[in-house]
Design a protein around this ligand. Structure first.
Ligand SMILES: *Cc1c(COP(=O)(O)O)cnc(C)c1O
Length: 864
């Protein structure tokens, strides 16, 4: 017998109990827990659509004939019974009879008491669990069916209206030793009971209100002191916004109870807000998961979430909100004003949600969920309020809420997000006292657009991490590989044979793609010269091909200069640009001897070693004071960066250069990596031109690299057309030569990394696919949280059936190449492809753990 405390409570909603496939999934999950020595308690809803039909039966005024509705309910259950191999009449015959009796009683009297209503509705859950129990018994399990009404007791609320007492009851939930002992004594390995229903202190059936099944499950979890509560629904967790409206919404992998509560309250429908309090009180982790994608980890709600600073986690919106604005006609400072007006709301039975006050105005919102807002009520409210103020009602509003942690302390960072409100009419701004929520009340028809824009600004480019998982699109888009340049689909057989031949992980570079990328850049007519940032990928063949395409080379170390010299002995020195950072002084001296261009990004070497710079030509790297780029570590300009000279120091540099007869020929800015805003470089050109006015010998402006490449499906690529147009406009007004120095843009898409699967593993709910190499070959995901598309090349085109973290063999928990990736059924020996790996892949590889990084192979040209 498993030990008494090992319970897991799983709630399955209507869609999860309505088809044979889903029931098979449920049986599979139950068996897995049983095999792990845990006792699963399944808390089930009624079949899809059944509760609505029962509502019709409970409404004596309903249009549909009760007999037709009863027949439909019967048919739906019997059909499912047949499909799951259960004898429906035997299992449910008695329930059908009870239901018919109850409906007859209602029809006979023509009225219905809330108690009868509750009893009719309860039949839905009672029937679905009877069926489920019978099915589980056919699946090698020993189920124990339990009537939830014998366990969940509603609180005594004699003073409350009957409708509420019977149809929206609440229960106390505390660890229940009697129940635990009773269940421990049962000879069963899976337990099944109903959501939504309970009984009152005199034993009558009551309902737990909307979303009641989630709440039931939470009560059971508390009573059994469960290890965890799993809410299984048709969406795999909570998202940064409603994924049905915003497909780029990101899965929230973890949330605190308070955050989940806030999100559920502010409009996320996956989870009912009432279910959080019981699990929070007993610190029971809550997992939100989907029967559609049972292997997906979903959202974990617990307080074990690291609290690392302020953060917006999600944006939600709630429609149908009514705003009441009250101009106070100079009555402010009058004692009791607020008390008086709120008394009026109370008098009309209206519950106020958000409140904002100023000297001359009080504005509140009325939540449609909590209020019955018919026009009469509002008219009477207006009338009564007019005695104290000038009231105005604005209907059809929406509350758009930012939900997260310590939002107050990060408002300044949200600046750009607020720009979208410029032209909007914001009726009210509210900040929850808990600091978990920041809300705006706007017109309903504006809400969706606002949510979309805010979502784009706040989440679109966020790297995946422990909190922000893949987007809905990435999880469920059947169409794979939307990153451009997927040349590897066409050359799949060649790629597979490369790895099969050696059995070793390998980078593969495609010559054609490399050449095509080089031609894209060379077509930028505004550029006078393009230098390739060699650090992105110094493979000899890459250098050769780029040189053939007329590209020059930017080097950041003597080693890179030497590599270029060796591979391209005939290359004129003029086509090498040496721009190191914190380099030893002799490196500058050697570079001048070689005759290559040199960029200096610090004044000190010039001050301390004027002899090295005397009579030389020099480029100067300036720090424009603001960085761009996809990650903190690759932002190379801005106050926190070690690169460049701030403009304030340029006068000193000019004096020192003059003193030793060193001529400043060019100015340079490189602001970061992975930039897709085409306006970046024209802006830099303008900035450099303004500085160049003080340098009479400057002829060249080097606007740097950092040209971004789409890494995620659906990412917007850099628009080279706009870039060229804007740079050309600049050139028409300025006589400077323009240089650029892209690295990633030329090589990223031309390279992939291939690695065989070594092992797979499931730990808890997380699946792992292990590769023969990891961060020793490709460190970008670990270092920057970079995203690389990952596919199972051996099984390209097979249905994506599992979700896994793709990891390497390095002894570091950060050795993860991709999290929560959708893959086909993946086996050891399969070959996995990591896309967009041609830049900063092999060049950043290392021998950590004394594991040899992936080798490199060139795929030769097929077309001329
Ligand atoms: C790395 C680097 C580049 C190239 O950056 P990409 O993002 O690969 O285009 C260009 N210039 C300088 C100074 C660099 O350090």
């Amino acid at each position: 017998m498993p030990d008494a405390s090992s319970w897991i409570v799983l709630k399955f909603g209507g869609t999860s109990v309505s088809t044979p496939d889903r029931w098979k999934t449920i049986a599979h999950i139950a068996r897995r827990y049983r095999d792990d020595g845990v006792r699963p308690l399944l808390v089930c809803s009624a079949l899809s659509g059944i509760s609505d039909k029962l509502e019709m039966l409970a409404d004596p005024d309903a249009e549909a004939a009760p007999d037709d509705v009863l027949a439909a309910i019967r048919t739906q259950h019997l059909e499912l019974a047949e499909r799951i191999g259960v004898d429906g009449e035997t299992t449910l015959g008695a329930s059908f009879a009870v239901l018919e009796e109850r409906v007859e009683a209602v029809n006979a009297s023509g009225r219905i008491h809330p108690q009868q209503h509750a009893e009719i509705l309860a039949m839905g859950e009672l029937m679905s669990t009877r069926l489920g129990s019978a099915f589980l018994a056919t699946q090698g399990l020993t189920p124990h069916w339990m009537d939830a009404r014998e366990v969940l007791r509603a609180e005594d609320e004699a003073h409350v209206a009957p409708a509420r007492r019977y149809l929206s009851a609440t229960c106390a939930a505390y660890p229940d030793g009697v129940l635990q002992n009773h269940l421990d004594g049962q000879d069963a390995d899976v337990f099944i009971t109903q959501g939504f229903i309970a009984s009152n202190p005199v034993g009558e059936t009551v309902l737990l209100g909307r979303g009641g099944s989630d709440t039931s499950a939470a009560y059971f979890a508390a009573k059994l002191e469960a290890e965890r509560l799993e809410i299984w629904t048709d969406v795999p967790g909570m998202f940064t916004s409603n994924p049905r409206d915003i497909p780029s919404a990101r899965l929230l992998r973890q949330l605190t109870y308070a955050e989940a509560q806030e999100l559920a309250t502010m409009g996320a429908t996956v989870l009912h807000p009432r279910c959080l309090a019981p699990v929070r009180r007993y610190q029971i982790p809550l997992h939100v998961r989907s029967t559609d994608a049972p292997d997906l980890e979903g959202t974990v709600v617990s307080d074990a979430v690291p609290h690392d600073g302020p953060e917006v986690k999600a944006i939600s919106s709630k429609d149908g909100v009514t705003v009441v604005s009250m101009e106070t006609l100079g009555m402010w400072q009058q004692v009791g004003f607020l008390a008086d007006v709120f008394q009026i709301f109370k008098h009309h039975g209206l519950s106020v949600d958000l409140v904002a006050t100023s000297e001359a105005n009080v504005t509140v919102t009325l939540d449609p969920m909590a209020n019955a807002l018919d026009p009469d009520v509002l008219d009477r409210l207006l009338h009564d309020l007019s005695a104290y103020c000038e009231p105005k009602i604005i209907e059809s509003c929406a509350v758009v809420s930012l939900v997260g942690r310590h939002i107050r302390s990060m408002l300044h960072e949200l600046g750009p997000a607020f720009e979208v409100f410029d032209e909007q009419n914001v009726h009210l701004v509210s900040q929850a006292a808990s600091d978990l929520n920041f809300g705006f009340v706007v017109d309903e028809d504006q809400a969706e657009r606002l949510v979309r824009q805010l979502h784009r600004q706040l989440f679109a480019t966020r790297a995946p991490d422990a909190t922000f998982g893949p987007s809905w699109q990435e999880l469920f888009d059947a169409e794979p590989s939307k990153t451009s340049g997927a040349w590897w689909r066409d050359r799949r057989d060649e790629l597979l044979s490369i790895v099969k031949a050696s059995g070793e992980p390998s980078y593969v570079y495609d010559e054609d793609t490399l050449r095509r990328n080089a031609r894209h850049v060379r077509r930028l007519g505004a550029l006078d010269r393009t230098y390739y940032a060699v650090k992105a990928n110094p493979h000899p063949r890459v250098l050769e091909i780029l040189a053939n395409e007329g590209i020059a080379f930017e080097c950041v170390s003597p080693g890179e200069v030497q590599r270029v010299r060796e591979v391209l002995p005939d290359l004129p020195a003029d086509r090498i640009l040496f721009q190191p950072n914190f380099a030893a002084i002799h490196e500058y001296a050697d570079a001048f001897d070689e005759g290559v261009h040199v960029t200096l990004d610090n004044v000190e070497p010039l001050a301390r070693h004027p002899e090295v710079f005397a009579e030389q030509d020099l480029f100067v790297r300036v720090d424009p004071g603001r960085g761009h780029g996809h990650h903190r570590h690759v932002r190379t300009a801005g106050a926190q960066s070690k690169f460049g000279i701030v403009p304030d120091e340029l006068p000193r540099l000019r004096r020192l250069a003059n003193q030793c007869n060193c001529t400043v020929r060019g100015l340079h800015v490189h602001v970061g990596s992975g930039i897709t805003d085409a306006g970046t470089w024209p802006d830099i050109a303008g900035f450099l031109a303004s500085l160049a006015a003080d340098f009479p010998n400057v002829r060249t402006l080097n606007v740097g690299g950092g040209l971004g490449v789409p890494e995620r499906p659906n990412a917007t690529p850099l628009d080279l057309g706009i870039l060229d147009k804007r740079l050309s406009e600049f050139k028409q007004q300025h006589a400077y030569d323009l240089w650029m120095e892209p690295g990633r843009f030329l090589v990223a898409e031309a390279g992939v990394m291939l690695a065989p699967v070594t092992q797979t593993k499931s730990k808890g709910s997380v699946h792992y696919v292990g590769l023969g190499t990891g961060m020793n070959s490709l460190i970008r995901p670990a270092l920057y949280g970079s995203y690389h598309e990952i596919v199972n090349l051996s099984r390209l085109g097979e249905p994506l059936s599992m979700t896994a973290d793709v990891v390497g063999p390095i002894c570091e928990s950060g050795d993860v190449l991709g999290r929560s990736r959708r893959l086909p059924d993946t086996m050891p020996g399969d070959i996995i492809l990591i896309a967009t790996a041609g830049a900063y892949g092999a060049s950043m590889s290392n021998h950590y753990n004394l594991r040899t990084p992936a080798r490199e192979t060139i795929l030769e040209t097929v077309s001329a």
